[in-house]
Design a protein around this ligand. Structure first.
Ligand code: NAD
Ligand code: TYD
Length: 376
């Protein structure tokens, strides 16, 4: 059972222990044993690395179905050296998930179908994993009496904003099948907290970027396309905005909320680095330097949310704050993709080539190079 010192947090980002002494944030008391679902994906693998590095005594089990988005290379070193235990399995499969949860004090649910474009093509797998899978884990967490269930939700549940930053009490208005499915999982967590007192906390972060992100997503796609001399397919007028958060800042935020967050509460996590996509694309081209790639405006995504923006004041009251500036984060991220070409070349080969051709082929042919936004 969970016997560690309970901590409270101050605005400085240092944890205050129950006995009154101070602990630096990276030494704060944590759980002895955790289950991380979706730990072979982008944020999950970064979180596993973060916890493995900052809490050497914490036992970590990863449960991941290894869908097209899961990649054992993201955590292979930690599995090979015995630092973490890996179980291949689906969160919708109660038997496997039950086995994986044995001994876990806390569950961190990162597992999800995550790509908006794919959800527009086919939503069934999103509903299955993001809603039913979350329900399955909640049922098991209740059965096992876990100390914490941390649901990794998203800012996309609020839908598009006209400019104001959403708070945790803003209405939910998902604009696409991905965000609607995430809403289902998010609300199911709150229902389990209210009905069965499952000790849930929910994080809703803004768009993440950083190492190990699948190349289907905007920043890695543009960075690797620019490195390959391929064109950069910008949707619509390129003026849609995302509130970019470096994945390390999110991982620290999730850790803080898990330990210090109020049970049953929701926490937005964001850095306030809102940028139009066109600006991010230009910045990528500037950083990469010599490239024959052009930014090409292509047919817009259906139902494309115009702007995401969060108010993360509640998470800051726990002592968390972002540390990575957008400029430094982007520089580090681009360097990571430059140093890890073999990693993304493997991800971009095989089934991804087919997806890319089907999704972008014709649109790129019909698109207009930068300088002619808008009309088609
Ligand atoms: P990802 O697509 O990179 O990884 C998802 C992982 O989940 C993969 O390893 C995949 O194999 C696994 N998975 C999928 N279905 C599964 C199932 N049924 N059972 C077990 N494992 C399964 O996603 P990500 O970008 O790392 O996102 C992680 C979480 O964070 C998701 O819940 C997502 O909604 C949320 N989130 C992401 C962002 C972002 O910008 N990437 C922002 C806010 C919230
Ligand atoms: P994405 O990484 O898919 O994240 P999300 O849609 O969940 O926010 O896309 C980020 C932004 O980049 C979004 O406004 C859509 C845009 N985008 C493009 O313009 N071109 C692309 O090829 C992709 C994948 C995204």
């Amino acid at each position: 059972m969970w016997t560690r010192t309970v901590t409270t947090f101050r605005m400085t980002g240092r944890a205050k222990t129950a006995s009154g002494g101070e602990t630096p944030e990276n030494e704060m008391a944590f759980f002895e044993s955790i289950l991380v679902t979706g730990g072979a994906g982008f944020i999950g693998s970064n979180f596993v690395r973060h916890i493995a590095g900052t809490h050497p005594d914490c036992r970590i089990t990863v449960l991941d179905a290894l869908t097209y988005a899961g990649n054992m290379e993201n955590i292979a070193d930690l599995v090979d050296n015995g630092r973490i235990r890996f179980i291949k399995g689906n969160i919708c499969d109660a038997e496997t998930a039950r086995d994986a949860m044995v001994g876990a004090e806390a569950v961190f649910n990162f597992a999800a179908e995550t790509h908006v474009d794919r959800s527009i093509e086919e939503a069934g797998s999103f509903i299955q994993t993001d809603v039913y899978g979350t329900y399955t884990l909640l049922t098991l967490a209740r059965e096992r009496g876990v100390r914490r269930f941390v649901q990794i939700s998203t800012d996309e549940v609020y839908g598009s904003t006209e400019g104001e930053g959403f708070t945790e009490t803003s209405p939910l208005k998902p604009g696409n099948p991905y965000s609607a499915s995430k809403c289902g999982g998010d609300l199911m967590c709150q229902a389990f907290a209210n009905t069965y007192q499952v000790p849930v906390v929910v994080t809703r972060s803004s768009n993440n970027y950083g190492p190990y992100q699948h190349v289907e997503k905007f920043i890695p796609l543009f960075v690797t396309n620019a490195m390959e001399g391929r064109d950069l397919p910008l949707y619509g007028d390129g003026m849609h905005q995302r509130d970019w958060l470096h994945v390390e800042d999110n991982c620290r935020g999730i850790e803080t909320v898990a330990v210090a967050g109020e049970v049953g509460a929701v926490y937005n996590i964001a850095a306030g680095h809102s940028q139009p996509n066109l600006r991010v694309a230009e910045l990528i081209v500037e950083h990469i330097g010599e490239t024959s790639s052009k930014i090409v405006f292509i047919e817009d995504r259906k139902g494309h949310d115009r702007m995401y923006k969060l108010d993360a004041a509640r998470a800051r009251t726990l002592g968390w704050e972002p540390r990575v500036s957008f400029e430094d984060g982007m520089k580090k991220t681009i360097e990571w993709y430059q140093k890890n070409r073999a990693w993304w070349e493997r991800v971009k080969s095989g089934a991804f080539r087919e997806y890319y051709q089907k999704h972008y082929g014709e649109r790129l042919e019909k698109g207009r190079p930068k300088g002619h936004p808008g009309k088609s």
